[in-house]
Design a protein around this ligand. Sequence first.
Ligand code: ADP
Ligand code: MG
Length: 259
Amino acid sequence: MAKIIAVANQKGGVTKTTSTFNISAALAMKGKRVLMVDMDSQASLTISAGLEPLEVKYTVCDILEKASKPIEECIIKIEHIENLSIIPSIIDLAVLETELLSRPAREKILARALNQVDKDFDYIIIDCPPQLSILTMNGLAAADEVIIPVKTDYLAYRGLTQLKDTIEDIRLYVNEKIKVVGVIAALYEMQIVEDKEILAKLESEYNVIGVIKRAAVAKKGIYDGLPVVMQYSKSNIAKEYLNIADMIIKSAYERSEEI
Ligand SMILES: Nc1ncnc2c1ncn2[C@@H]1O[C@H](COP(=O)(O)OP(=O)(O)O)[C@@H](O)[C@H]1O
Ligand SMILES: [Mg+2]
């Protein structure tokens, strides 16, 4: 049975996609069979993984739409990263989203489909879009665990309340097993006082499982379809993501301070 983890935050630009790709690749490097699901119509994860959304045969749309294809046909193996596969996305997902609203049990469509491939993977990591939309609901409804990347600024910190409420609703009405396992404090700038203050607040109220500094290295490998954990495995950012992968494997979400 695969463990399903949603990477979610209704804000954009908080490193959901970067974190999904790096954590997934880190798990794959450690020998785990990993499937990533791109639930964002901007297809950033698909592109980051080196795929061209318009050139792939099937996407997550083919799973979510009414006349759906078998999920197995929508999974693409990422050739340059062993053990890693993806269900890609495409801009059409934005249109499909409105159609989804008229379907019964619309929050559970992804969860049902993922059930079919549960035994083929150790982990399924879902990159959610930047809204609390039906697509994010589908990601959360399928998930055993949620990881929340958040920027170390005040408004981002405040935005977490709304996300927590949504997850609470999902737990009550759709998916009682869902659990927020940790927050990633992202784009952290240690020389900025506000960032330090917000990091301290996050650490006192949430389980911070990673602190990802703002650094140019995070953007490098993108044209080659390579995540930081593979291209700059000695960098501080890579170490944080590799450490998160270890926590996932151990199912023990505790960050040691030495990193
Ligand atoms: N540690 C980092 N330092 C600097 N830039 C980063 C870092 N991590 C991600 N980025 C960049 O920040 C932007 C937003 O990241 P992304 O993962 O796309 O966020 P989201 O999926 O939440 O919208 C992207 O341009 C990405 O390349
Ligand atoms: Mg994204």
